[in-house]
Design a binder for this molecule. Structure first.
Ligand SMILES: Cc1cc2nc3c(=O)[nH]c(=O)nc-3n(C[C@H](O)[C@H](O)[C@H](O)COP(=O)(O)O)c2cc1C
Length: 568
């Protein structure tokens, strides 16, 4: 087997092991390959603990099973269900376990290259693991890496000296076959990112494979957005007509199912699950004009609340089984790192759009590309439905300005009370927007220019998020007025992006209905919501999933032997 074959056909193996022993000379060859790995300053920080004893392995397995349960509990409902079907270890199903440790102190303080980067020891050890994995593949040995444990707890259970760190716990045994694809890909848990997403030429963000011309993420995204697949749409119409129910009796849900079939290019389409809500958060310079009674710092405070799980969207997302991620695309304050936070700040809030451009053109494009990349990453992580969320004190002002430009409505027609303002403040808000429109004279034919002059960073990122979803033919459920404004930007950049959009709800903000009408979208629910955060989108997720389940699961008149009143 040549090296490229070994690299491509190596798999993380968790099932299909044989229990026949692995001969010592084979184990020695594999370990010798590991030992030939590169290491920082030639420090060879690794050691290998070979464990065959069943009692020791049973103790390890208990630790792993406990941690597996904890992980399962932390998952959104749809993920938890999928995770239950996955095997994550083969500790007792293999004849042999190998622990690969790393010693970041080996060689003393002068190890070449490790002085400022102690993590280089663990990186070197990871190289040894990969050598081991490839050599094992060449020997037809399967290797499964297990990382469901608290590292210190396992190190103690294995009585390792405190100065060594566990880098890998590996289950090793012979297998008859290696799967062609990672099991997590086959199970739909995650997908391989195209190489072109990962290769930057000269400058971070300029993607191209070697030998190909570099294109911007935005241009590349727009280029692949297309309309619904007509064949799948026709098949979905036919199937709806054949289901055991009066034709058309599921109203708009039937349209949604047909749209999602056309988007997926197959009928029936996959159930749009799991789903992820991305809440794009940013601040607005126009806040200084007194367009909202809420202080600007509430944006950052609510971001912390989302991350702590205490906001409305967390409760609704928990009910609908969706994951919540928060994207700092332009919060004016520092946002501390936390699980679930994507730090992608383009700038610390926009400038005041009523006295100058909100941001530069380059910043608008950078924010749009943040949105595209968040969509890409969430889809690569296995999500089959994306939902928009937003947080940004004063963002209904920028939304109204955007909606006015793209729909041709007046500011007075599309400006609402946001989080709740009185008549005087509303009149002032309309005046601020009118002044901004008079100042910038935005041209709807130049969507990036419009966002740069009167938009928000979260609007730009949401537009990119919607485009990213459309490019990956993944449905994107729009929340309220901020999403509506962003969807107008997306549609102005790529008209076919509308094919991926589902309007989650009709916000109480007047601009929302205007935006949806312009896009030709019908909102699924109308509950006088005006919260944002993605709440309306999350509420309608179940409806979208039900629409697809009906198309997938309901029997046909023929299949169920039910008489069709309109049948032949
Ligand atoms: C650092 C690391 C830790 C991993 N931990 C686990 C684990 O705890 N359980 C598991 O089932 N797989 C684990 N894996 C395996 C990955 O899920 C697997 O490599 C990935 O899905 C790609 O599949 P492939 O290795 O077959 O290409 C781990 C892999 C690596 C590199």
């Amino acid at each position: 087997m040549d090296l490229y074959d070994a690299v491509r056909s190596r798999r993380d193996v968790r099932s299909g092991f044989r229990l026949d022993p692995v001969p010592d000379d084979v184990v020695a060859r594999v370990l010798d390959s590991a030992h030939h790995a590169p290491s920082v300053g030639y420090s060879q920080p690794w050691d290998f603990l070979v464990i065959r004893d069943v009692e020791t392995r049973s103790r390890v397995r208990d630790i792993v099973l406990r941690e597996r349960d904890r992980y399962a509990e932390s998952l959104p409902a749809a993920r938890r269900e999928a995770f239950a079907a996955l095997k994550v270890e083969a500790i007792l199903d293999t004849p042999l376990n190998l622990v690969v440790t790393s010693d970041a102190t080996r060689g003393g303080r002068h190890v070449l290259g490790r002085r400022t980067q102690p993590q280089m020891a663990a990186f070197s050890t990871a190289c040894a693991v990969q050598n081991l994995w490839l050599a094992a593949r060449a020997e037809d040995l399967g290797v499964g890496w297990v990382s469901f444990f608290d590292e210190r707890e396992l190190a103690e259970a294995l009585q390792l000296p405190p100065h060594v760190e566990i880098v890998a716990y590996l289950c090793v045994g012979y297998v008859d076959a290696f799967a062609a694809e990672p099991e997590l890909a086959t199970a739909g848990w995650a997908r391989r990112r195209p190489l072109s997403w990962a290769v930057h030429q000269e400058q971070w963000g300029t993607r191209a494979l070697p030998g190909l011309e570099a294109v911007s993420v935005l241009d590349e995204t727009i280029a692949v957005i297309g309309p619904l697949d007509a064949t799948a749409v026709a098949a979905a119409h036919d199937r709806q007509a054949a289901l055991t129910k009066p034709r058309g009796s599921l109203g708009v849900l039937e349209d949604v199912s047909v749209q999602l079939a056309g988007l997926a290019g197959t009928c029936p389409p996959p159930v749009p699950s799991p789903a992820a809500i991305a809440i794009f958060a940013a601040d607005h310079g126009v806040h200084a004009q007194g367009v909202t009674p809420w202080p600007q710092e509430v944006t950052a405070q609510m971001v912390a609340n989302f991350l702590a799980g205490g906001a409305v969207i967390n409760a609704i997302a928990a009910q609908s089984g969706a994951e919540v991620v928060v994207v700092d695309v332009g919060v004016a304050a520092d946002v501390p790192a936390a699980p679930g936070l994507l730090p992608r700040k383009v700038r610390r809030g926009t400038a005041d759009l009523s006295i100058g451009p909100a941001m530069t053109r380059a910043e608008a494009i950078a924010a749009i590309e943040v949105g595209v990349e968040v969509a890409r990453d969430l889809v690569a992580a296995g999500n089959r439905c994306l939902l928009t969320g937003d947080m940004g004190i004063a963002n209904t002002t920028a939304s109204a300005a955007l909606i006015a430009v793209f729909t041709g409505a007046t500011a007075a027609d599309v400006t609402g009370r946001g989080t709740g303002i009185d008549d005087d403040m509303l009149a002032h808000k309309v005046d601020v927007i009118d002044r901004a429109l008079a100042l910038h004279r935005p041209d709807a034919a130049d969507p990036v220019g419009v966002v740069a002059s009167i938009g928000g960073l979260e609007h730009a990122a949401l537009a990119g998020f919607i485009l990213g979803a459309a490019a990956l033919r993944t449905p994107v459920i729009l929340d309220g007025v901020i999403a509506g404004a962003a969807a107008l930007v997306a549609a102005a950049l790529a008209p076919d992006a509308v094919a991926a959009m589902v309007a989650g709800h009709r916000s109480a903000e007047p601009g929302a209905a205007r935006a949806l009408a312009h896009l030709g979208l019908r909102p699924l629910v109308d509950l006088d919501l005006r919260l944002g955060e993605g709440s309306g989108a999350a509420l309608s997720l179940g409806l979208v999933q039900s629409a697809v389940r009906v198309l997938r699961e309901v029997a046909t008149f023929d299949g169920a032997g039910v008489t069709d009143k309109d049948g032949p």
